[in-house]
Design a protein around this ligand. Sequence first.
Ligand SMILES: Nc1ncnc2c1ncn2[C@@H]1O[C@H](COP(=O)(O)OP(=O)(O)OP(=O)(O)O)[C@@H](O)[C@H]1O
Length: 575
Amino acid sequence: MSESLPVAGREQVRRAAVRLVRQDLRGFLTTLVLNALAAAAALVSPWLLGRIVDHVRAGQPVDALAACIVAAALARLLLSRWAELAGTRFSERVQERVRGQFLDRVLALPYATVEHVRTGDLAARGTTDVALVGRTLRDAAPAVLVSSLQALFLVAAVFLVNPLLGACGLAGMAGMVLASRWYLRRARSAYLEEGAARSALAEQLAANAAGARTIEALGLQERRAGIAADAVEHSRRTQHRTLFLRNVLFPAVDVSQVLPVVLVLLLGGLLLPGGQVSLGAVVSCALYLLQLSQPLETILIWIEQLQSSGAAFARVEGVAVRSPATVGARRPENDRIVVRDAHYAYDGDDVVAGVDLTVRPGEHLAIVGPSGAGKTTLGKLLAGIDRPRLGTVTVGSVPVADLPPDVLREQVVLVTQEQHLFLGSIRDNLLLADPSADDARLDKALAAVGADWVESLDAQAGPLEGARLQQLALARVVLADPHTVILDEATALLDPRTARRAEQALAAVLEGRTVIAIAHRLHTARDADRVAVMDAGRLVEVGTHDELVAAGGVYERLWASWEGGQSQSRRLKTK
Ligand SMILES: Nc1ncnc2c1ncn2[C@@H]1O[C@H](COP(=O)(O)OP(=O)(O)OP(=O)(O)O)[C@@H](O)[C@H]1O
């Protein structure tokens, strides 16, 4: 049941971009003002050149004007370097925030969401997309900002020198505007499709690599290779589409770039004899329009990256749609866990079907049933790792699967025999459960689970044998301090001596909490306050051990066969 994360809409992307600028408004304004000054300085030289032409024609000296040109060129150089530096610094700060924000949001995604999104999708967003947005912010955004300001100032300058020539030059740019509009209208969806196809391809490759053994064992090589080839082909087609868009845009722009200059020279040539324009004005305008081609070219070079990174930013921002860090998930009102008509299916039929159950705060509840009855699956629904297909599983009236990890671990923690150690010190491994805990709390948690073998919190958490691993996992539970602990085969595979030690640690951890034990050995059920019996995905009986034995139903039969097995093994041992 894998799904894709959403993609942010235009409005959401716009708001996110504005938010990013607002967070560093000073940096943005500094960059803008410096660029405006550099662009203004660039206007001085062509205007002065025009004046020089007129002065030469009139036989006047031009030394002062020439000196001004040198001064303006110097000022322009200094201002544009300064603006570039400010722009790069601003972009790098924004880039850092985008990366940090993405990481925070992904870490805050509910487990149930992470479990079900396609791994390739999340990986592609976290790597290719974030990197593309970063590159754009570093290179494209400053370049486009500078060039836009330059272009704006140049057009304004042409109009100031001579409105008629300005209008003529602007009309010459119509071709470029049309070509850009044609491109922009198609580019967003084309780049989004290209990004999605890239994700799908990464997903297929990751799945093939992860399941290589299974594929080989089941002889599925050809089928999987076929599916991967389809994904490659789809990705190729989407890339061809974006390539086609670029192939139309760039030549069209190249041709339309020279058109304004040609038109201004033609009109200037017509008007000059009648004296409607001076030669200096024509020269200035032509120079301005020639200069215009450079910022326009820069904009067009980067516009492609802006488009594709706009799509990438929409995919990066899409994570926020699901992230409680931005959505603002409700906090549970109390500790009561309620299951209402919960259904869950992996691929085919429901393996949990219409379960209703209220777990009373503070009780010890055992879930029992034959193998394959759906006990572990119900445990995962109760722990918020999976989301029911139908119905609800709530804690304090909030769906457990919607809770971000930091809130969830204060509510419900699932302890299984599959515990992970992460590369780092013992302290790093413990802080996962409560990043704010000081060393005294960490030591107390280790003492509570009897982990007296830990000599230093700074020691690297190397490979550990079962019981020690389990103790670290339980110390994490102590630190997270949830009101409810779900145990699924937490000690089942440990050898008896180790299991006893682990169970002692467990007893210390469970004190004062609600406990839901998925009971594979029925003596756990006998000691529980209540027993819930599952059979073929349904909850068939709920009651105390004595009540259920007296009722003579499924539980009574399970108990009888368990007791029979136990006394038989006792007899065998005494023989
Ligand atoms: N990841 C999975 N993909 C597909 N089917 C699954 C998956 N996990 C469990 N199942 C199926 O769902 C059904 C319920 O499994 P579940 O593990 O919840 O039962 P259980 O009562 O805990 O069994 P056991 O006591 O043997 O662990 C079984 O038919 C099982 O084969």
